[in-house]
Design a protein around this ligand. Structure first.
Ligand SMILES: *Cc1c(COP(=O)(O)O)cnc(C)c1O
Length: 374
């Protein structure tokens, strides 16, 4: 059977190692998983209650447009309901945007090196080329280089630019004058869409950061991706939202599966949007955890990159494959990021304090067992 060359070369998205698999492989019972940027508090009690309440209705198809959820999002985020669509996680939305706006073989998407890997995987699956510009030394995304690249390569047919803000796995943000200039240069064009992927904005504290909601209305080609997987604690239920002008959503709704968002995700989404205490507690857990990680990583003399998200990227100064194996044997699952081109860096999600302490203890022990590279 003939398969497209781009599919043959596709390196699939590698999710965090599942707890059950690690238990089997290493004969462990207790596992600390800080690999997938999940919410350390567990789901919102209000979301759990909603799911339980609606379980007995699951013989019915879900609402194909998510009317009640879209209405709730519209109120909470102050955007017209006509400019909101839902997805099976933001991953599905990324996938569909590429399929809608890029022609296979001839068109490209543009993003940064070491940007969230889903853009690349989805583009390749759609036979769409991926163009990237280098990160800066401090691992921030170089918006000027992205805009320059766009204008220097008119024949690349770049129709989508993905800006994860904050970025995963680096935890860095863009903002300030640099972002303003980027928008002046690329905003309101009718040949390219600027997709701001805001999976972690609720955790941001850097005053330089600007949420896309503050400039979305000014530009006809700005799109915003939101997920319910992080601060809203619903990674397993799969829910994402796309905020975009009506002309974009018209195509999006043509292409998506009619029942892409299940009913339990919809009712849980409505419930968690009203659970402000949960969101606040999630933020606090992450901020406290980051402070703890910074303190401990400094004590262990490990360089880290200050993060605006719910994880921290740090330099193990060792071959990260070996580090990973060593930590897995201790029952600690973190995320090595060699696939982003970082051979010694590890990403660690903030867990609850007990998990954070166990992870640091395992890292401290690992340092004496895995040798440093020069
Ligand atoms: C986690 C994450 C998402 C969320 O993906 P879902 O499919 O909604 O779970 C989106 N973008 C970035 C940058 C992320 O890190």
């Amino acid at each position: 059977m003939k398969v497209s060359a781009q599919i043959l070369n596709l390196i699939p998205y590698k999710p965090g190692k599942p707890i059950s698999e690690t238990q089997r492989e290493f004969g462990l019972t207790e596992i600390v998983k800080l690999a997938s940027n999940e919410n350390p508090l567990g789901p919102s009690p209000k979301a759990v209650e909603a799911v339980q309440k609606y379980l007995s209705q699951q013989h019915r198809y879900p609402d194909p447009v998510g009317y009640e959820l879209v209405k709730k999002i519209s109120e909470k985020w102050d955007v017209p309901a006509s400019q909101i669509a839902l997805g099976n996680g933001s991953n599905e939305i990324i996938d569909l945007l590429i399929r809608i706006f890029c022609e296979p073989s001839t068109d490209s998407i543009l993003t940064s090196e070491a940007a969230f890997v889903a853009y690349q995987v989805c583009a390749q699956a759609a036979r769409v080329k991926v163009r990237t510009v280098p990160l800066r030394e401090d691992l921030t995304i170089d918006l000027k280089a992205i805009a320059d690249h766009f204008f220097r390569n008119p024949t690349a047919n770049i129709h989508l630019i993905f800006i994860p803000n904050p970025n995963n796995p680096t935890g860095t943000v863009v903002g300030g004058a640099e972002l303003e200039e980027f928008l002046v240069r690329l905003g309101n064009r009718d040949d390219v869409l600027l997709v701001f992927d805001e999976a972690y904005t609720e955790y941001v504290r850097d005053p330089k950061f600007k949420a896309a909601s503050s400039f979305y209305k000014k530009y006809s080609n700005v799109l915003v991706l939101k997920t319910f997987s992080k601060v809203y604690g619903m990674a397993g239920l799969r829910l994402g939202a796309l905020v975009a002008p009506e002309y974009v959503l018209e195509y999006y709704n043509r292409v998506r599966n009619p029942f892409n968002v299940n009913d339990l995700a919809q009712v849980a989404g409505i419930a968690v949007l009203d659970d402000e205490d949960y969101v606040k507690a999630s933020q606090k857990a992450v901020w406290d955890g980051l402070e703890y990680f910074y303190k401990e990583l400094s004590r262990l003399n490990l360089k880290y990159y200050p993060s605006e998200a719910n994880f921290v990227l740090f330099d193990t100064q060792r071959d990260v494959e070996q580090v990973n194996l060593n930590l897995l044997k201790k029952g600690v699952i973190l995320r090595p990021v060699q696939n982003y081109g970082f051979k010694t860096l590890m990403r660690m999600t903030v867990g609850n304090m007990d998990e954070n302490k166990k992870a640091i203890a395992a890292i401290e022990k690992m340092l004496t067992e895995v040798s440093e590279i020069g």
